[in-house]
Design a protein around this ligand. Sequence first.
Ligand code: ATP
Length: 234
Amino acid sequence: MLTIKNLNAWYGTSHILQNVSLEVQRGEVVSLLGRNGAGKTTTIKSVMGLLKKTSGEVSFKGVNLLGLAAHQRFGLGLAYVPEERRIVPGMTVLENLRLGIVASGKMAQEKDIIDRIAETFPRLKERLGQTAVTMSGGEQQMLAIARATAADPDMILLDEPSEGIMPVLVDEMFELFQQLKRQGKTILLVEQSVEAALGISDRAYVLDQGGIVYTERADAMLADPEIQERYCAV
Ligand code: ATP
């Protein structure tokens, strides 16, 4: 579904990504792991069209993405939940969700979309009228993820969703990702919680200093603490 071949990316004159190649098949959950500064966020931002200078090939559902604006990529069925959640703190949960629905142009189906989200995210269902800023960090992250699913995307790119969130909500969040997978969503997950990420993934890639240095099935990697230590210890 997503194919990246020989992706290079720069910030100014710094050459950050060097010939990154990876693939995510339809219905797969794939983790992108690596130490701080390895290039994980840069890879995701390149896929979403948020970097000024990139080269190589990035295709989604057979469509070449490089050259398309970020909103056009979103329109193809790609959703992105950035590290900084970017929900609107002064708006209610429902109003934030409506923003996602408006962005996807599906206003006519608003009621059905809200019902579907409420079913998938029971924690939000109880809080539709609550102002987003009054929710915990984990609940705000759930809202950011829920809003990203409002457009019913085929694929979701998640950048460190568990960062700074209390453990009980992290468990709930990973259960939610499994549920999204069961609904047929394809997921590319950037995570520092390596074990949790591998626990719900089919496969994983490891980035180090801007290049892919390792790829393996998630269950095999989960059973190999030495590999996790070598490539992913912060
Ligand atoms: P983390 O887990 O810390 O978020 P990461 O693997 O996501 O790490 P990136 O954020 O992709 O890493 O950063 C890769 C490299 O690019 C780092 O060396 C970082 O300093 C550099 N970098 C990131 N953003 C910028 C920027 N806006 N301008 C210049 N350099 C940047």
